[in-house]
Ligand binder design. Structure first.
Ligand code: ATP
Ligand code: MG
Length: 357
């Protein structure tokens, strides 16, 4: 089911100050896809999710889930959480510590009075998915934090709701389990007719899991796009910087033709990916470390000094000095260069992205 949000505002009042947690959010979340809200801590992600769920009352705005208006401040409509037909998994997972794993997960189905056999089948399938089979009889209080989080996940999924909302559901898992669960969650959700809204401040998680990412800052959505669009072709400096490591270089637009935009920058004259900016305008040139090639085969050829090389296992993270600029580079782990070496490198224009200041 599609979710439509219009003009959503939520203000908190605390210690004599007004905090604009949501400052006019307009957003359409497509049906049956994974949509991620990504943004730094405090930007309003949880508040937006809580408004969709109905745990928070907005000051202004409208929310529709499918054909149903679940909230409208103008029309005075408020549908309570339990009637919105949603599944949810929160940052702080709320499971019943005194109940065992099976009963925690079975609860939503028992509530609906499904036959016992059907309940057992569904609970078993879901517990297998979250890798908790064999722990059915264990009281939830005697599980690790990560296992408790997976119980919460299983409980939200077991009823196979049409819309499911996640608020940083993997944050208590260790790195390896987090990566595995992320992959399985994507496979699992893709196989269902379900609209998933996922909140995270982890950019890798957002890139790996989502069909669409909405980037939030200070109570507003500032850009929406596919993971590739957001990573390679962001419109805003904030987005380009937030989604991955990037060299950001202040530049001036020199000329523009049908294929490229040319700028003058601290690393010289650079032919860039075409973007319409006025001649003489100030822009930011954004280059990701992995697109700096230690060869001279691309159109932008530059010389510099390799100042640092740090081995991080699957790569070297290096820094090349060009005049006043220090460029982050990602080099193959078998690179033979030493710190202090003079290097010639090149960057393809398609990986020289211009964003507004
Ligand atoms: N109950 C509350 N009372 C007062 N201020 C609040 C309340 N809840 C949230 N806020 C404030 O509203 C803003 C948005 O908070 P929110 O929890 O939505 O952020 P978030 O993006 O989920 O952050 P995080 O990634 O840290 O979870 C923050 O400035 C926060 O301090
Ligand atoms: Mg939050």
């Amino acid at each position: 089911m599609e979710i439509r949000i219009e003009g959503l505002k939520k203000y908190y009042h605390s210690e004599g100050k007004t905090i604009k947690a949501l400052d006019g959010v307009d957003l359409t979340i497509p049906a049956n896809r994974i949509f991620t809200l990504l943004g730094p801590s405090g930007c309003g992600k949880t508040t937006l999710l809580r408004c969709i769920v109905g745990l928070e009352t907005p000051d202004e705005g409208e929310i529709r889930i499918g054909d149903t208006t679940v909230l409208s401040t103008q029309k005075n409509i408020y549908v309570p959480t339990e009637n919105r037909g949603l599944g949810m998994v929160f940052q702080t997972y709320a499971i019943w510590p005194h109940m065992n794993v099976f009963n925690n997960v079975a609860y939503p189905l028992q509530n609906r009075k499904l036959p016992g056999k059907e309940i057992r089948k569904r609970v078993e399938k879901t517990l297998k998915f979250v890798q908790l089979e064999g722990l059915e009889q264990r009281p939830a209080s005697r599980l690790s934090g990560g296992q408790q989080q997976r119980v919460a996940l299983a409980r939200a999924l077991v009823a196979e709701p049409e819309v499911i909302l996640f608020d940083e559901p993997l944050s208590n898992l260790d790195a390896k389990l987090r990566e595995e669960t992320r992959k399985e969650l994507r496979t699992f959700l893709s196989g269902l007719e379900i609209t998933a809204v996922y909140v995270t401040h982890d950019r890798i998680e957002a890139l790996a899991l989502s069909d669409t990412i909405g980037v939030m800052r200070a109570g507003s959505i500032i850009e929406i796009g596919t993971p590739k669009k957001i990573y390679f072709d962001a419109d805003h400096q904030f987005v380009a910087d937030f989604i991955g490591r990037a060299n950001l270089i202040r530049s001036t637009v020199i000329s523009q033709d049908t294929e490229a935009t040319v700028v003058d920058s601290g690393i010289g004259r650079i032919i860039c990916h075409k973007r319409d900016f006025p001649q003489g305008g100030e822009v930011i040139l954004c280059i990701r470390p992995e697109f700096i090639n230690l060869d001279t085969q691309q159109r932008n050829v530059i010389s510099g000094i390799l100042e640092t090389m740090i081995f991080v296992g699957d790569a070297y993270e290096g820094e090349i000095r060009v005049g006043e600029e220090l460029l982050m580079v990602k080099l193959a782990p078998n690179t033979q260069l030493e710190e202090g070496a003079q290097v010639d490198f090149s960057i393809s224009p398609e990986h020289c992205l211009l964003v507004s200041l």
